[in-house]
Design a protein around this ligand. Structure first.
Ligand code: SF4
Length: 267
């Protein structure tokens, strides 16, 4: 068995038509896979939104990413958290969860809601909902082509009582903290109210990866600690994902799509 490297390992995977997507092997044994070449959701903190959507990744190309990773690492589980919105490539996402034999977790904005609802009941290894704000206007700004915030939360609440305790504990809410935008007191209160309504779920506090041309940044460490304790003191299960990772090539927002003409596009 290969040992896990301590650092993340970015693995470029050339596709037959000339695009190159990247996956990331995390030292914990998780392989982060890309499900699309580009992305149509347009989150402004993630450069793939500015470049748009090129095409879906096929099942063969997902297996190609796993095979490429296995040449130098030893993945134990897969997360569909790389480039793209997995619900926009539903057939591949569903097939991977149901038939691949891998433990598969999914990071999603939750759109379309019909697929999100179905996803919650599949035999997944975790669903991370990229909410980022429970204030509708802020959510719309941060996840422009995702679902309506209130409709997403209503859907989650509708399904909550139909999920087993084990399934509920596998649901996470992603909260990418952005200074001056969603770290304000009213934002924190709104997110806390959502978490109190989903008591078994985990709140994942995420940081913005540094990007050269981005105007977004995460709050300083002192403020991050205050926010973490704000949620913990209310009994909310809260994690500081990736140990406040601020590294480049760390996954969300930094993975690269290389285009047919050799141009590089960050996703
Ligand atoms: S953060 Fe995820 S959903 Fe949003 S644009 Fe980037 S890849 Fe797409």
């Amino acid at each position: 068995m290969a040992t896990h490297p301590m650092e993340n390992q970015v693995i470029p995977v050339p596709l037959a038509d000339g695009y190159v997507v990247e996956s990331v092997f995390y030292g914990s044994g998780t392989l982060c896979i890309s499900t699309q070449v580009g992305c149509a959701v347009g989150c402004p903190f993630c450069a793939s939104g500015s470049k748009g959507f090129f095409r879906n990744v096929s099942m063969e190309e997902v297996l190609q990413q796993i095979k490429a990773a296995e040449e130098t690492t030893h993945p134990e589980r897969i997360t569909l958290s790389g480039i793209g919105e997995p619900l926009h490539n539903w057939n591949v996402t569903q097939a991977l969860i149901e038939t691949s034999g891998w433990p598969v977790s999914v990071t999603t904005t939750g759109f379309p809601l019909k697929r999100f609802r179905a996803l919650l009941h599949l035999p997944h290894n975790g669903v991370m909902v990229s909410l980022h704000s429970a204030v509708p206007s802020t959510h719309k700004r941060l996840v422009p082509k995702g679902p309506d915030c209130n409709e997403l939360l209503a859907c989650l609440h509708d399904e909550w009582n139909h999920l087993s305790r084990n399934k509920k504990r596998k649901i996470g809410i992603n909260y990418l903290l952005l200074e001056g935008i969603n770290d304000l007191p009213e934002e924190l209160e709104a997110m806390a109210a959502v978490m109190r309504s989903l008591p078994e779920a985990t709140l994942h506090l995420l940081l913005c990866n540094p990007m050269e041309d981005s105007t977004f940044q995460s709050p300083p460490d002192e403020r991050l600690q205050e926010i973490y304790h704000f949620f913990r003191e209310q009994g909310i299960h809260c994690r500081r994902a990736n140990s406040w990772r601020r590294k480049e090539d760390g996954g969300c927002g930094t993975l690269m799509v290389r285009g047919l003409n050799g141009r590089e596009e960050r996703a």
